[in-house]
Write a protein that binds this ligand. Structure first.
Ligand SMILES: Cc1ncc(COP(=O)(O)O)c(C=O)c1O
Length: 435
């Protein structure tokens, strides 16, 4: 808007004088320090091993190379898969004349968070939902939810402020709890002998932890091992945790992706809720909707009957969630027809992975590869702990251009009918060569 006040008119000579004065003051001040944030002050984070692996894979020019590092679903042509139901929801959203880009409500989109709670707690009939003991906040995918939970407990948990995580676990758990200064201890989880659950080790560590410790549990499809407790084992874990008044922190990144059945994959969470535990849940929609980069997630706090659940996590409603992924997931979860189609899509993904497990095991057994291979089909979800040593992992990489993490974890989604023969033979060779 034009300014008619003559005293506010731009005067070039006055401006030049001001600039000269500022320069002369600046000259008399001491020179700026190089940086306040030197490497001693801000230590460089180690490179994410998965990104390093991805880079090495990209640089490999072999036509035979196989990427088993990726933590995302691939179809049988080794391509990312946009779920057909996601395409439908996306189209419906784009054609909605009412859609706009206003800010989301501070705790996220209620039509998304309420259905997210029902999904993980087993429906609107969950005692926690009926008794209004659940507070949900939309987060930046599962990582944001784990972070929010860690921050919440760092501030307000009055028990033993130490979190017990499985050995091994998803690497980010260490970083996230470290960032909010919650000390970390480990409980044994994986048995190298059976390549299954070290149940005795897990139980005795949980029993040995001081009363009221935080125990982080993978709700299903444990990352990185693919090993889950059976339901009977979950019941025992719950009993021990109850006797010690421990606090369960469920990380759920693979509901529906593990067995293909949403209600099977939330069984452990439902059991703990039925027993009346107060607990928190970090929920990701990255894998089960294939919405990896859209960052749709939710944090839920299930509190006891005397609580004012509504206010439980209000201090943390400070980050505006992003909309797109939650709109897609919310659209699907609120529409019976789309929901059924989503379940079908989940069965396609989990079914393909289960087929790959069966096929890999059969091929290794056919080849007579030394060792036992039942763990390949006993394990579940995206990942499998093959049992290959770090030396074998490096050898299969240099000899056969097969890329997996150093702990011998393979992403089952990286296998397909086009490369599984090649991979089984490469596994067979590396096992024999290093015996
Ligand atoms: C155990 C576990 N928790 C949480 C996440 C969170 O993932 P995102 O932030 O992509 O939802 C992952 C993803 O790999 C995971 O494996």
């Amino acid at each position: 808007m034009p300014n008619n006040n003559s005293s506010n008119k731009f005067d070039p000579s006055y401006h030049a004088n001001s600039v000269r004065r500022v320069h002369s003051i600046a000259k008399q001040m001491s020179p700026p320090a190089a940086t306040s944030f030197t490497a001693e002050v801000v230590p460089q984070a180690p490179e994410d091993p998965l990104f390093g692996l991805m880079r090495a894979f990209k640089a490999d020019e072999s036509p035979d190379k196989v990427d088993l590092g990726i933590g995302a679903y691939r179809d049988n042509n080794a391509k990312p898969w946009v779920l057909p139901v996601v395409k439908k929801a996306d189209e419906a959203l784009r054609n909605d004349p009412e859609l706009n880009h206003e800010y989301a409500p501070i705790a996220g989109l209620p039509f998304f968070t309420s259905k997210a709670a029902e999904l993980i707690l087993g429906g609107a009939d969950s005692p926690a939902i009926k008794e209004k003991r659940v507070t949900s906040v939309q987060t930046i995918s599962g990582t944001g939810a784990v972070h929010l939970g860690a921050l919440f407990l760092a501030r307000y948990w009055t028990g033993n402020k130490k979190v017990y995580i499985s050995n091994p676990t998803w690497a980010n758990h260490n970083q996230i709890f470290g960032n909010v200064n919650v000390p970390i201890a480990q409980y044994p989880y994986f048995s190298k002998e059976t390549k299954g659950l070290d149940f005795d080790g897990m139980k005795s560590a949980i029993l040995g932890a001081p009363d009221r410790s935080i125990i982080l549990l993978h709700a299903c499809a444990h990352n990185p091992t693919g090993v889950d407790p059976t339901f009977e084992q979950w019941k025992e874990i719950a009993q021990i945790m109850r006797s010690k008044n421990h606090f369960p922190f469920f990380d759920c990144a693979y509901q529906g992706f593990a067995t293909g059945d949403l209600m099977k994959d939330n069984l452990a969470v439902r059991h703990f809720v039925e027993l009346g535990f107060e607990l928190v849940i970090a929920q990701s929609f990255a894998k089960n909707f294939g919405l990896y980069g859209e960052r749709a997630g939710c944090f839920h706090a299930v509190t006891g009957p005397a609580s004012d659940a509504e206010s439980t996590i209000t201090p943390f409603r400070d980050l505006q969630p992003s909309l797109y992924g939650a709109r897609i997931a919310g659209t699907v979860m609120n529409d019976a027809k789309l929901f059924a189609e989503w379940e079908e899509n989940l069965r396609t993904m989990s079914g393909r992975i289960i087929d790959m497990r069966k096929s890999l095991r059969a091929k290794l057994e056919e080849l007579g590869t030394p060792g036992t291979w039942n763990h390949i089909t006993d394990q579940i979800g995206m990942f499998s702990f093959t049992g290959l040593s770090e030396a074998q992992v490096m050898k299969i990489r240099s000899d056969a251009h097969v890329y997996m993490t150093k702990n011998g974890r393979i992403s089952m989604a990286g296998l397909n009918t086009g490369n599984i023969d090649y991979f089984a033979k490469a596994m067979d060779k590396v096992v024999r060569d290093t015996q």
